[in-house]
Ligand binder design. Sequence first.
Ligand SMILES: [Zn+2]
Length: 84
Amino acid sequence: MSPATQYIQAMTARDKWTVQLTCPNCKNSGEADLWQEDGWSFSNGDQTTHISSVSDGFQATLTQKGAIEFSCSRCHVPANAKSS
Ligand SMILES: [Zn+2]
């Protein structure tokens, strides 16, 4: 498989999903759009999750392991994230 073919496959095989965010302290709510490489990249260990957008009032932080943590930007406490 040529590098160009691999690139196209990665571009066309992305997983996208939305998570519902809730602050346990102030009950602020919002959502975040995420996507992850699928197919060739995924099976070769690229399982990094990327952030498309996050609602106002929340912040997303990427951990060193590639996981995403959400927090309330008002209270600075971790937000509850639930996949919809
Ligand atoms: Zn809050």
